[in-house]
Design a protein around this ligand. Structure first.
Ligand SMILES: Cc1cc2nc3c(=O)[nH]c(=O)nc-3n(C[C@H](O)[C@H](O)[C@H](O)COP(=O)(O)O)c2cc1C
Length: 197
């Protein structure tokens, strides 16, 4: 199969089906009205280490007045968000928070998730996530029909339970990734390869 992006109705299935597994940013924000918002975004990655910058990229929302989903709108208005890492035991509540809720209702309450206080930003963390990155807005960049949100990591929480000898242990973290559609991958199976010198 050969695909010319100009000739197909959408490249979504191909992009999301081939760029796998995608890490999931479970992003908490607090709106100017004080309502805590929580939503998963799998167009997500690390951009830089020094300074530490992560990014996620919501598709724009034509139905909302500002053209943005709640998460990027809250980030634009408050300049703050938290990226919570999704583990296997949190996959179902994560999925629940992708529902569109009426204004004023928090996904934390809908999914019965406990909040944990953040240190440097107002939005709460998801209490059960072993790793969370508190971020301040670095830049918001329109990219076609999406908006790339770049955040500088201001504080990191790592549960001791996912560390070995004082370092984050990916094996203990048990993060999940998104495949295409409703499929997900765990990080349970792995193999090692030494890099060439
Ligand atoms: C695992 C998962 C990953 C998702 N990734 C994205 C994404 O990268 N971009 C996007 O626009 N929507 C994504 N969504 C859909 C949003 O989570 C959904 O539109 C949500 O209602 C947005 O919430 P908000 O308006 O509170 O920000 C994803 C959903 C799931 C379940």
């Amino acid at each position: 199969m050969e695909l010319d992006p100009d000739e197909v109705p959408s490249l979504y299935r191909t992009l999301a089906g081939a760029v796998v597994p995608r890490p999931i940013a479970w992003v908490s924000t607090t709106g100017p009205d004080g309502v805590d918002n929580l939503a998963p975004y799998s167009f997500f990655n690390v951009v830089a280490v020094d300074p530490p910058v992560v990014m996620f990229a919501p598709v724009n929302d034509d139905q909302s007045p500002e053209g943005l989903k709640d998460t990027p709108r809250n980030v634009a208005e408050t300049g703050e968000f938290v990226v919570n890492v999704v583990t296997e035991s949190l996959a179902e509540p994560m999925n629940e928070t992708s529902a569109t809720l009426p204004a004023g209702e928090s996904e934390f309450d809908r999914a019965d998730l406990e909040r944990a206080e953040s240190r440097t930003v107002a939005p709460p963390r998801v209490a059960g996530t072993p790793v969370a990155f508190e971020c301040s807005l670095y830049e918001m960049l329109p990219v076609g029909g999406s908006t790339m949100v770049l955040g500088e990591v201001e504080w990191v929480h790592v549960d001791d339970a996912v560390t070995t000898a004082g370092k984050l242990d990916t094996r203990k973290l048990d993060a999940v990734g998104r495949l295409s559609g409703s499929s997900y991958a765990t990080t349970a199976e792995r193999f090692a390869m030494e890099r060439p010198p």
